[in-house]
Write a protein that binds this ligand. Sequence first.
Ligand code: GLN
Length: 447
Amino acid sequence: RAYLDRIETLNPLLNAFISLDRDKTLAEARAADARRAAGSAGPLTGVPLAHKDLFCQQGWKTSCGSRMLDNFVSPYDAHVVEQCKAAGMVTLGRTNMDEFAMGSSNENSWYGPVKNPWDVNAIPGGSSGGSAVAVAARLTPVATATDTGGSIRQPASHCGITGLKPTYGVVSRYGMVAFASSLDQGGVVAQTAEDCALMLNVMAGFDKRDSTSVERAAEDYARDLARPLAGLKVGLPREYFAEGLSPEVARVVEAAVAELKKQGATVVDVSLPNTALSIPSYYVIAPAEASSNLSRYDGVRYGHRAAEYADLVDMYEKTRAEGFGAEVKRRIMVGTYVLSHGYYDAYYIKAQKIRRLIANDFVEAFKSCDVILGPVAPTAAFDLGSMNNDPVEMYLSDIYTLSVNLAGLPGMSVPAGFAANGRPIGLQLIGNYFGEARLLNVAHQFQ
Ligand code: GLN
């Protein structure tokens, strides 16, 4: 009730939630109470959470931030939602996001922009802006989120909270509305690395309904939290500390390095030579996959349908013209273009080859270090509305986050400092495949 009351007071200002349902939330809370009384509570039973509005949840609108799905009430639960329910967690509501998770500022939502609680003139970051703001403003202790090219780490950084994007395949994508399937990965935003670890324990696990779900033994992601950092080898990629990084972000990252050294870590210089190519390859691969995934929104099966139309093709056209926003249309056009006959080899195949080079860069780098450390974004949160006319400028701000998704690695953002204007700055930690426990350990010791 305390969380619901706080949401009621602050959400009109912050716009972090798309859907709330007090009765449903209280019913879940009572069920958690009963479970506790019966002695069958797990570690997170009764803990409230918010779900990003792209995890299908039975009986809740699952809009994905789009007019296209504004009338869609999910008939089933995503794997992540099932796991949280099974743990006895209580749903506070569904969080705002960039439409179909496309964006870095949460200004692309059909439900309007989300405001950063540190400064309501600043963007919260995106696409999981609603989840990050809900945690930062203490509207929920934890929230689910997804990261296709930075959408957990970048809003976590801009909102001064902790975010974890697991290794691709650790969290099932079943019931997660698809943007770019080979890059999409569910994860969590929370106050601390410890809370992220407890959440990952609930969210992770093999699921045969997702063909890319990885089958491996269950782990306790909190097991290494207390481990001292003595002997840790931290890699600093020289390409991340070059032109384009704002001096205040550089200063915060350098201070973080000093802190880790103080705790006994050693620093090694590493190179990720194909970093600059992550933007062009991501912005070919992600739109290509999006153009295919979003072809299902045809006005026939579910979602928005235009009210008036002449024939079937006219119905498709009007439905998609009305249902999708400008950024989504831009991606569908780019994606269709790069996949089209005659351009496929020149763009899509080339982007896939670069993707392999980027992944190989990390394999090489991890031969000499345990974790890689760098900035999350080139600057602290920018002003709302300041990039609206320049999509490419916005894409460029994803430079430090995209490679992690292209390679399928785990990554975190941890609060590390502030810009001169008081806006938070996060530190990015990148782990080796399935290195979540070590990553959470470093984040926890840093915090
Ligand atoms: N900013 C990137 C994009 O717009 C990443 C978004 C995401 O991770 N969902 O595609």
